[in-house]
Design a binder for this molecule. Structure first.
Ligand code: PEP
Ligand code: MN
Length: 261
């Protein structure tokens, strides 16, 4: 693949690229307050789910389109870039219209080639960075296929997110990392940057630092970490969200080792 940097080249000095923000945009106040705190810690890319793929009905399925204007407020008030998940043509159209700076394809969507193709078709002729999460099941071909569909639509600012794989076994993880799979992705598609999502791998706050360090030790280019101004009140994924303060603390302790690439 012939790719361009997602925003700017990721060098030893600015690695890891960090994307942080709440699992979901819940209210305007929670969204903007979290973003302000993150911006004050030097975070430049803000994530927030607007449309949430929930396993069962009845949970909080995302605030929907009205949250897009909150992301615009975040941009205006903090200068951060914004990122959200898209799963349908409507999501892509609305997010682009609202000026969202980076889109990602969620793990459930990557399992479905029809859905990925719909997203890809809507992206034709658009220059926006897109990150493709691994599918929930440990199928590297499906992950590569998702990346290829987006690439074939003309997207050149492309990256992968490793968020672990679901399992029925008892483990300490919410989604087991199975590090050999992103390592194999690196071998197959060496030019694709890999961003680790320790929040969805770990499923709990205590694991975020160690998973992030493992990802950096494997030369991953970035981290996407869920952060909420009051994590215990979060409407989704509350056990894995951390305050911007805790996030900053974790980031200062991460060791970025010199790579020979
Ligand atoms: C998310 O990023 O909040 C999310 C829903 O993640 P995943 O697609 O990895 O489950
Ligand atoms: Mn989440």
């Amino acid at each position: 693949m012939d790719l361009q940097p997602i925003f700017e080249p990721i060098t030893e000095e600015n690695r890891p690229l960090v994307i942080a923000g709440p699992c979901s945009a819940e209210t305007e106040e929670q969204t903007v307050e979290t973003a302000k705190q993150l911006a004050s810690k030097g975070i430049k890319i803000f994530r927030a789910g607007i449309w949430k793929p929930r396993t069962k009905p009845g949970g909080f399925e995302g605030i929907g389109s009205e949250g897009l204007s909150w992301l615009q407020t975040v941009k205006q008030e903090t200068g951060m870039l914004t990122a959200t998940e898209v799963a349908t043509a409507k999501h892509v159209e609305e997010a682009l219209k609202a000026g969202v700076d980076l889109l990602w394809v969620g793990a459930r969507t990557t399992t479905n080639p029809f859905a990925v193709q719909e997203v890809a078709d809507t992206l034709k002729g658009v220059d926006v960075p897109v990150l493709v999460k691994n599918p929930v099941n440990p199928d590297i071909e499906l992950w590569i296929g998702g990346l290829e569909r987006i690439y074939n639509a003309g997207i050149r600012r492309l990256g992968a997110i490793h968020r672990g794989f679901s399992t029925y076994d008892k483990t300490i993880y919410r989604n087991t990392p199975q590090w050999h799979i992103p390592i194999e992705l690196r071998r197959r598609l060496p030019e694709v940057p890999i961003i680790c999502d320790p929040s969805h791998i770990g499923g709990r706050r205590e694991l975020i630092a160690s998973i992030s360090q493992q990802a950096l030790d494997l030369n991953f280019e970035g981290l996407i970490i869920e952060s909420h101004c009051t994590p215990d009140d979060a409407w989704s994924d509350k056990n894995q969200q951390i305050t911007p303060d805790v996030l900053a603390e974790i980031l200062t302790h991460l060791v970025v080792r010199k790579t020979n690439q």
